[in-house]
Design a protein around this ligand. Structure first.
Ligand SMILES: [Zn+2]
Length: 91
């Protein structure tokens, strides 16, 4: 178990037009099922990103420190995923 996550968060799947995932203020994760078509490391990035939001509900310095600890190469993975958006997210 990740040390900042006490219990597994509630999760749901929902097709979203512009997002791969989100985390509600109450800690519910939403994932875009189109993500399953993405390369494994990109799926990991989205999951890790959203799990980090359970600890930090913003994109501040503490969020990025946590993210970088878990996936030091996240920038290149995110860039790869960004490059696949049109292919993986049907309009
Ligand atoms: Zn985020």
């Amino acid at each position: 178990m990740l040390r900042w996550v006490g219990t597994p968060p509630p999760m749901q799947l929902r097709v979203m037009q512009t997002q791969w995932g989100s985390c509600s203020p109450a800690g519910r994760l939403t994932l875009n099922p189109n993500l399953v078509k993405a390369p494994r490391e990109c799926i990991d990035y989205v999951l890790i990103h959203e799990l980090c939001h359970l600890g930090e509900h913003n994109h501040g310095p503490r969020f990025h420190r946590l993210l970088e600890t878990l996936m030091p190469q996240w920038r290149s993975v995110k860039a790869r995923l960004d490059g696949l958006v049109e292919q993986l997210m049907p309009a």
